[in-house]
Design a protein around this ligand. Structure first.
Ligand code: 1CP
Length: 345
């Protein structure tokens, strides 16, 4: 099967299909017992990301179980701050903890010099996957978008209101720009090396794009993503890039036009008919079942999946969730979803 015949890559290339390709954000993870078994045998989450044999195995688990059209490299968006020299740990049950970066002098302690060496195990994982996936399954590499990665670096972890990172960006935009530029540079190197090791498409996760007002969205979401896309295209012009500006709302059209991403991920709130008329007429779209609907199952799941398929299957489309799968999701609901998307029921 040539690359373009892989259904996922064909959709990114603009081809519509009445049975669209499908994968799920966070498809490897805690909702799978086989993932939990491996996770309980490693001391920390980063150890799992940095051990190619294990990272390959957990990437393959959902492919074997459900036959998704794409596998996404098992890693995390926070390996980049780790590779830039920031201390990153994952506390079980509490999420990520980072030694916060809050001033120009904190930023100046970081560097892109260590990226290759630190992220070498991730590249090895990509190369291993590239040679072991089923022939019709595409391999997706990924990174966080500069703004989203910066929120974790400045806040020191997850946040409810993003007060610290917004304070930094609004009070000292020139210093914050130095941090964003460093992340753009490091992420471009990281993604280009993933592509050189076999990633066939790239997704840029901007999970917190939706928290910024207009001017800040232009400066901290659109501009750095545009720069990142251009740095990838300069080296790998034919690798498709999916942008996922979660929560971008009315700014979705500006985001796709300005950043020139190949395809765009729709979050759960984007109305699919609107997306067909305003986005899919320009580029392939991906999404956007609410993970909470997948968790609930039943008739509501059937109805929602069918509505998304009806509204988006006439153009280039990749079925997905509108955000990551929830860890309590029963695997039977994922099986039902696959039957619906593949029209086996
Ligand atoms: O102990 C564990 O098992 C930790 C749970 C876990 C997992 C399975 C984390 C911690 N990260 C991951 C893997 C992961 N993260 C993948 C793997 C590939 C796949 O999709 O199967 C991907 C693509 C991510 C991306 C990621 N990490 C994002 C962007 C997507 C999103 O969900 O918005 C973000 C924001 C993170 C940060 C992160 N990683 C983990 C946690 C608990 C968090 C914080 C989330 C938050 O702030 O709400």
């Amino acid at each position: 099967m040539t690359d373009i015949e892989k259904p996922f890559l064909a959709a990114l290339n603009g081809k519509a299909h009445k049975h669209p390709p499908v994968w799920l954000m966070r498809q490897a993870g805690r909702y799978l017992e086989e993932y939990r078994a491996i996770r309980s045998n490693v001391s920390g989450f980063l150890e799992l990301c940095y051990t190619p044999k294990l990272a390959i195995e957990v990437t393959m688990q959902p492919i074997r179980r459900f036959g998704f059209d794409a596998a996404i490299l098992f890693s995390d968006i926070l390996v980049l701050p780790d590779a830039l020299g920031q201390e990153v740990t994952f506390v079980q049950g509490e999420g990520p903890k980072l030694e916060p970066v809050r001033s120009l002098s904190d930023i100046q302690k970081l560097s892109t010099n260590w990226i290759y060496q630190r992220l070498e195990p991730v590249y090895e994982t990509v190369a291993g996957l590239s040679s072991s996936l089923p022939k019709s399954t595409a391999l997706i590499g990924f990174a966080g978008a500069p703004w989203t990665v910066a929120t974790y670096m400045v806040e020191g972890g997850s946040s409810r209101d993003f007060a610290t990172v917004k304070g930094f960006a609004f009070e000292k935009p020139d210093d914050f720009q130095v941090l964003i530029d460093l992340i753009v540079e490091g992420t471009a190197e990281y993604l280009n090396t993933q592509i050189e090791n076999g990633a066939e498409a790239i997704q840029i996760f901007d999970s917190w794009a939706g928290v910024l007002p207009e001017d800040a969205f232009d400066r901290w979401v659109i501009a750095p993503t545009k720069k990142l896309v251009s740095l990838i295209r300069a080296k790998h012009p034919s690798t498709p890039i999916i942008g996922f500006p979660r929560g971008a709302g009315l700014r979705y059209p500006d985001y796709v036009r300005e950043t020139a991403v190949t395809a765009v991920g729709l979050d759960t709130t984007v109305p699919t008919k609107w997306a067909a008329d305003n986005l899919q007429n320009h580029l392939p779209v991906q999404g956007n079942l609410d993970p909470q609907i997948l968790l609930a199952g039943g008739q509501g799941l059937d109805d929602s999946v069918n509505r998304i398929l009806d509204n988006l299957s006439n153009g280039p489309f990749i079925f997905n969730l509108g955000h990551g799968i929830i860890k309590e999701t029963p695997v039977e609901h994922v099986e039902r979803l696959m039957d619906l998307v593949r029209r086996r029921v």
